[in-house]
Design a protein. Structure first.
Length: 648
């Protein structure tokens, strides 16, 4: 329960001192949400502007319930709802610069979308015009905020001092308010919502005494000092007490104009051991698996001991009693005992507790985790997978973004019941998701190839702008357990799409499927080859793959997709010309396409009839810059790709 050291009306301290005109700290309030996809796309642009003007603007975030409520919203629902209603927020992301819309001419097209405040909506370049205009407006107040935690870090004490710097009077009685909010920088290992965000700076966690604020006198003058004191228990839902600070702002409820803002420093706890990271590779080909754990002294006293718990897949497997000497800010490292889990995906969690033998007053920053996978023993070719069974030994998914939307088995197949799909429709923009093929033995395999079926649709952003989505798929290969990767296939955007773009969630029909062939000769004759389907989200639709067939020479497997029986190029690297030799199982029209490693089409060739057997093409490469490219030879529904490079 909130306790005031003095009444909110507070002692008004009069002074004959004079004050210079007060520079303004601009307050940018954003209504965003962990389940808001457009918010995840906008917030990096807002952060760029904030970083450019750290002393001129303060960005505070209300995690709201648009389009759907999340955990953070429910933790302070009452205050957030009050501020939503105060401004009449109807969509997210939504912004208010010092309580008002920064450019009324944008209302009909853009409303209060923060992207127009911070960036050029055509180029994404930094836009400082609106902030520059507002921060030059002299404020009638200065605000100082002092904050500290109790000795055991379970309570806070905050003092706000509002000082008049010029004569000021509100037009309506009782409308000038002081609002005070506890802010927390939130950081998660995995996204708490479905938009992929893990970092949430300066989130409003609680307002004091409430979002309604505290009434101030209707007028002020140069030298008038008003002091307000707040104290209370730290809310139980606070994650990391070392990331708390307080903001205070004076707002005229008649105009909603924020006249001034101020923010406190962070307080440092006496004893606070903070987890930094569990260090280790994601892919593990040889066990036992050895990792290490880094932690830091986040307090202001020297750290001499701590207890570290190690959990494997949620089960405690070891406790390490660390002793040493760590000055404030220094980092310590312990080696995690070797682990030998079964083949497949796993997680390690390390938790540092009991700094200097006492109970940890700030447990929210104690843990760090690492996901990893134990690769299977290399199997011989052929490998055939149609995803008809949910049991797929050696296959596993890596979701570095921590989103719930990643590679998964889907009940739509190419001449079958099931396939595997990547949900670009719900995945946040830029999210990376990997599907790993079981480790393969290419020893003595001179001509390995991968054939697979795919169906894909782009997302049509329609009247809202943005054109068509640009999702991407890469197929990468590693011969050193994932330490280095070679890209053997790149596709994306319109080139990858097999049907027209759609704004609805895409599900394929039989006619949508096409076939791709990937030349794997770059990793031929290697005893341990790991293949990775690497998907990069462009906020698009859904991609489906099926009928995975990895073989040497003659195709075998679920579905015969071969017309192009062999493809070779020379010279490789090329300069001005690239000679292409191919072998067809039957006469067919053949065209070609050259793409870069981003999947962008660089040049194409028209469809020409080629006879069965050996054929040749000549492709002019004299206008290509130095770099890596993919040649895709297309025959009907089949596409066979070959990596080549150009050197100038």
């Amino acid at each position: 329960m909130l306790k005031k050291l003095f009444p909110f009306a507070v002692a008004l301290l009069f002074s004959s001192m004079t004050f210079a005109q007060a520079p303004r700290l601009v307050l940018f309030e954003e209504f965003t949400g962990e389940n808001c996809g457009p918010c995840a796309g906008t917030n990096p642009y807002v952060q760029t502007l904030i970083n450019a003007y750290p002393s001129s603007v303060l960005w505070v975030r209300y995690q709201c319930n648009i389009p759907t409520p999340g955990t953070i919203y429910y933790q302070d629902q009452t205050d957030v709802d009050t501020r939503l209603n105060y401004y009449g927020v109807s969509s997210a992301p939504w912004g208010q610069q010092d309580g008002f819309m920064w450019d009324s001419s944008l209302v009909s097209n853009w409303g209060n979308q923060p992207i127009t405040w911070c960036a050029d909506t055509n180029t994404g370049a930094l836009n400082t015009v609106y902030l520059d205009n507002e921060k030059t407006v002299v404020s009638p107040f200065t605000i100082a905020v002092d904050y500290h935690l109790s000795v055991n870090a379970d309570s806070f004490y905050t003092t706000v001092t509002v000082t008049g710097s010029e004569s000021y009077k509100v037009s309506l009685t009782g409308k000038l308010k002081l609002r005070v909010a506890m802010l927390e920088n939130l950081s998660f290992n995995t996204p708490p919502g479905d938009n992929g965000e893990t970092q949430f700076p300066d989130v409003v966690r609680k307002m004091y005494p409430s979002a309604a604020g505290t009434a101030l006198p209707d007028s002020s003058y140069n030298g008038l000092i008003q002091t307000f004191n707040f104290s209370g228990k730290i809310p139980a839902y606070i994650y990391d007490k070392s990331q708390l600070r307080f903001v205070a702002f004076v707002q005229d409820d008649n105009t909603m104009h924020v006249q001034q803002a101020g923010v406190s420093l962070y307080d440092t706890l006496a004893l606070d051991a903070k987890a930094v990271a569990v260090q280790g590779n994601y892919l593990v080909c040889n066990t036992p698996y050895q990792t290490s754990f880094n932690f830091t002294n986040n307090g202001n006293q020297t750290l001499t001991s701590a207890q570290i718990e190690i959990k494997l897949d949620g089960t405690l497997v070891d406790t390490i009693n660390w002793t040493g000497t760590l000055a404030p800010g220094a980092v310590g490292t312990v080696n995690v005992p070797a682990l030998s889990p079964a083949t497949g995906a796993h997680s390690i969690i390390a938790i540092v507790t009991k700094p200097n033998g006492v109970a940890d007053a700030n447990p929210g920053n104690d843990s760090s985790s690492l996901n990893f996978a134990i690769a299977a023993t290399a199997a011989n070719l052929p490998l055939v997978e149609g995803f008809e069974s949910a049991n797929m030994p050696g296959w596993f998914v890596q979701d570095p973004s921590g989103s719930a939307f990643t590679w998964a088995r889907a009940s739509y197949g190419d001449s079958s019941t099931y396939s595997y799909s990547m949900d670009f429709y719900d995945a946040s923009f830029g999210a990376i998701n990997n599907l790993y093929v079981p480790t393969l033995n290419f020893s003595g395999v001179n001509s390995p190839r991968l054939k697979f079926s795919r169906a894909d649709a782009q997302y049509d952003f329609g009247a809202s702008g943005g054109g068509l989505s640009q999702d991407s798929l890469y197929i990468n290969a590693s011969t050193d357990c994932g330490n280095t990767w070679t890209t053997l296939y790149a596709n994306g955007g319109t080139t990858m799409a097999t049907v027209a773009a759609d704004a609805n969630l895409y599900t394929p029909v039989q006619a949508d499927w096409v076939n791709d062939t990937v030349d794997l000769s770059a990793v031929a004759n290697n005893p341990n080859v790991i293949l990775q389907f690497n998907a990069v989200s462009g906020n698009g639709n859904v991609l489906y793959i099926d009928n995975i067939n990895i073989f040497n020479a003659a195709p075998v497997g679920i579905k015969t997709v071969a017309n192009i029986n062999a493809l070779s190029v020379f010279p490789n690297p090329a300069n001005d010309l690239l000679n292409v030799h191919l072998q067809l199982t039957q006469s067919a029209e053949v065209s070609f396409e050259v793409t870069n490693t981003l999947g962008q089409v660089i040049t194409t060739g028209p469809a020409e009839m080629q006879s069965a057997g050996n054929s040749s093409l000549i492709i002019h490469t004299d206008k290509l810059s130095s770099g890596a490219y993919f040649l895709s030879v297309i025959s009907g529904m089949e596409r066979t790709s070959k990596l080549f490079t150009v050197i100038r």
